[in-house]
Design a protein around this ligand. Structure first.
Ligand code: NI
Ligand code: MN
Length: 226
């Protein structure tokens, strides 16, 4: 199975089906891929902030894929013409043999900079694809229930923010890894803008010294097989 980092919090996972998560490409200063080039069967959107909702509606429409999010965001995306499926925190469903479950995230979720549209609660995602389990935490601060997420299923790959300011920084992300116990971690949500500048190689050193998890630092546009 192939994971491609699209920059910021956006990833493309290609296995028996293609899944894109938080595809913010248009206006993303580090993105190497254009929204028009992405085809996905499932488009997962963690919350309504522009750097996550991004191009998700357009990608769902051009792919004929299904946008999966919390109910409130799904209603918004449906109004824009996307095919949607609403889940909510703790709920799961199976799409073409792939199970998706929503996890909690401590963050906000309004859209727009004028009067804000309410987009429900932010979330993270657990993805059961081709025998592997992937966790994308969404934008969140550290929370103790990551222990429960880590002990309830063996996580193969965790996608975790390290940027600080809006989300966990590297020190809290290390604590998240200690609770989640994933085989592999890919850091995200850093170095898109100066405000969330971090050194991912230092994060890798610290995590690999303190835990049994491995860290792969991906540049935007880079892929790994797992
Ligand atoms: Ni956000
Ligand atoms: Mn964000």
């Amino acid at each position: 199975m192939k994971l491609t980092f699209l920059g910021h919090a956006a990833f493309l996972v290609e296995g028996s089906i293609s899944i894109v998560i938080d595809p913010f490409l248009t206006g993303n200063p580090v993105a190497k891929v254009k929204a028009e080039e992405i085809k996905a069967d499932l488009v997962l959107v963690s919350h309504g902030h522009g750097d996550h909702l991004g191009d998700s509606v357009e990608i769902a429409k051009q792919s004929g894929g299904t946008l999966v999010s919390v109910h409130e965001l799904a209603v918004y995306a449906g109004r824009q013409g996307a095919q949607t499926h609403a889940l909510h925190i703790g709920g799961s469903n199976t799409f073409g043999g792939v199970k998706i479950k929503l996890t909690p995230a401590w963050h906000g979720s309004g859209f727009g900079d004028g009067p804000m549209e309410y987009m429900g609660t932010p979330c993270g995602f657990l993805i059961w694809l081709d025998g592997k389990i992937i966790y994308h935490s969404g934008d969140t601060g550290l929370f103790g229930d990551m222990e429960l997420i880590g002990s309830s299923q063996p996580i193969d790959l965790a996608l975790l923010p390290i940027g600080d300011n809006y989300t966990m920084g590297p020190e809290d992300a290390l604590k998240a890894v200690q609770m989640l116990k994933p085989k592999l971690v890919v850091p995200m949500h850093y170095n898109t803008w100066p405000l969330i500048e971090q050194n991912p190689e230092q994060f890798k050193k610290n995590v690999e010294a303190a835990t049994d998890s491995k860290v792969s630092v991906l540049a935007p546009g880079e892929s790994l097989e797992f």
